[in-house]
Design a protein around this ligand. Structure first.
Ligand SMILES: Cc1ncc(C[n+]2csc(CCOP(=O)(O)OP(=O)(O)O)c2C)c(N)n1
Ligand SMILES: [Mg+2]
Length: 431
């Protein structure tokens, strides 16, 4: 007897009349040719979010994971409990660093299209996320970024030429062409080597933070990943360690709503917020308007003060929008509505801070235009300098045989043989 219940189901649970089970497969809100619609986004007023004490228990501040911390309102005024009340020189520094990042991105994107490098990734529209955080951290706090936080290096005044040498994999590249372009590593900037393997930086940041605490140091760690990357196992093991040991770490999730061609629904955005991941781990969770640099700064300061006073880690979701393609290898018009970026209701981070500064009377259109021109020239001059060290395909890279070096203190015999074999084969091929 194959079915003793005669129900087609489990004994005592007749299943014959039940509807068949089915899966929910998320669908992005708009495909190419369709009109984008962001009206379903609930955008609270800029002064709506309360500001809990930095030492608040995570379960006493759960609502923060479902709201949206904002400071700059629709008129460009800074309002509410999270207003960091920054002096004019800090506001203008933020503006300049965001504009510099955009100018750098524009130039390097063009360099890729001109064949000077194989790959580039822009951070257009997301500049506030990295720069607001970098300026809120101490210079010696350790950053474990993903590939879209070049703004951290620029906020820490890292030389443009050094970054470009890496992008060109030329003879000036400190990483000797061993990393994909844009996967920088800058120890002196407290900027951990970027890895293409998504989310590996999360457990590394938590481990670094734990080590800092174990040694009785005062430096904290901060890390960034995309919303798509929260689906990686590494994200979850990092959250467990951070929660258990109350590691002094800030875990940033940059929700730019796209993971290459997958919209955020595939990482769970249809069910809850990314900040709400913190709730299940008993971690403080903040959800922030990622296009509002004052909100990013204020939330990061809150989390840094919390970490530094041993009150525990914070998970911050930065709600933003990826304005451009994922990388130079991507064409977003193939999978999303072309209208989306112009309809995105939280605006552009540079335009918003600029309006704020003009409203304060510390900035104007003429000065902004002059700054953009100056920064474009600065980036152009740096690119010319870097290009003297070589560009893609012009042979001015580190010697190929150097790829065998720097692994062992002394190169073992088998590697020496392989190195020699490579050189012999090249010679035989007339290269
Ligand atoms: C472990 C791993 N899986 C997949 C990829 C391929 N990949 C590179 S970037 C990317 C999308 C990541 O999206 P998200 O985390 O949202 O970051 P964003 O690019 O939007 O900043 C994918 C799937 C990878 N590099 N590593
Ligand atoms: Mg993303």
């Amino acid at each position: 007897m194959s079915d003793p219940t005669g129900s087609g189901g489990i004994e005592g649970q007749p299943g014959r009349n039940l509807p068949p089970l089915r899966l929910h497969v998320p669908e992005p809100p708009a495909r190419p040719g369709e009109s984008a619609d962001f009206t379903h986004f609930d955008i609270p007023a800029a002064d709506a979010a309360p500001r809990p004490d930095e030492a608040a228990q995570p379960d006493a501040m759960r609502d923060m994971a479902y709201g949206l911390i904002r400071v700059l309102d629709e008129d460009g005024a800074a309002v509410g409990a999270w207003n960091p009340k920054l002096p004019p020189e800090t506001l203008l520094r933020m503006l300049r660093t965001m504009a510099l990042t955009r100018a750098f991105d524009a130039r390097m994107f063009r360099a890729q299209r001109q064949g000077k490098t194989s790959f580039y990734m822009k951070s257009t529209g997301e500049e506030a996320v990295s720069i607001g955080a970098a300026l809120a951290l101490s210079r010696d706090d350790m950053c474990f970024p993903s590939y879209r936080q070049q703004g951290i290096l620029l906020a820490r005044d890292w030389p443009l030429v050094d970054m470009m040498n890496q992008i060109y994999s030329n003879k000036g590249d400190r990483l000797k062409g061993r990393q994909l372009p844009i996967m920088y590593s800058a120890r002196d900037a407290g900027f951990f080597s970027i890895s293409g393997n998504l989310t590996t930086q999360y457990p590394q940041a938590v481990g670094w933070a734990m080590a800092s605490a174990a040694r009785g140091d005062t430096r904290i760690a901060a890390t960034w990943c995309g919303e798509g990357s929260t689906a990686e196992g590494d994200f979850h093991s990092a959250c467990t360690f951070a929660s258990v040991y109350r590691a002094p770490v800030i875990m940033n999730v940059v929700n730019n709503q796209w993971a290459i061609s997958s919209f955020s629904g595939f990482a769970g955005a249809e069910s809850t917020t990314f900040a709400a991941r913190a709730v299940g781990y008993g971690i403080a969770g903040l959800r922030v308007d990622g296009n509002d640099i004052l909100a990013v700064y204020a939330a990061t300061r809150w989390a840094a003060d919390r970490a530094r006073s041993n009150a525990g880690p914070t998970l911050i979701e930065h709600f933003t929008y990826r304005v451009e393609g994922h990388s130079t290898s991507d064409d977003p018009t193939a999978y999303r509505s072309a209208e989306e970026s112009s309809l995105w209701p939280l605006g552009d981070p540079i335009a918003r801070l600029k309006a704020h500064c003009i409203g304060l009377g510390i900035w104007d259109e003429d000065r902004h235009a002059a700054m953009d021109k100056e920064l474009a020239e600065l980036v152009r001059d740096a690119a010319r300098e870097a290009e003297k060290n070589g560009i893609l395909g012009h042979g001015l890279h580190h010697p190929m045989e150097s790829m065998f070096e720097d692994v062992f203190e002394e190169m073992p015999r088998h590697l020496k043989e392989q190195q020699q074999q490579m050189l012999d084969e090249w010679k035989a091929a007339g290269l």
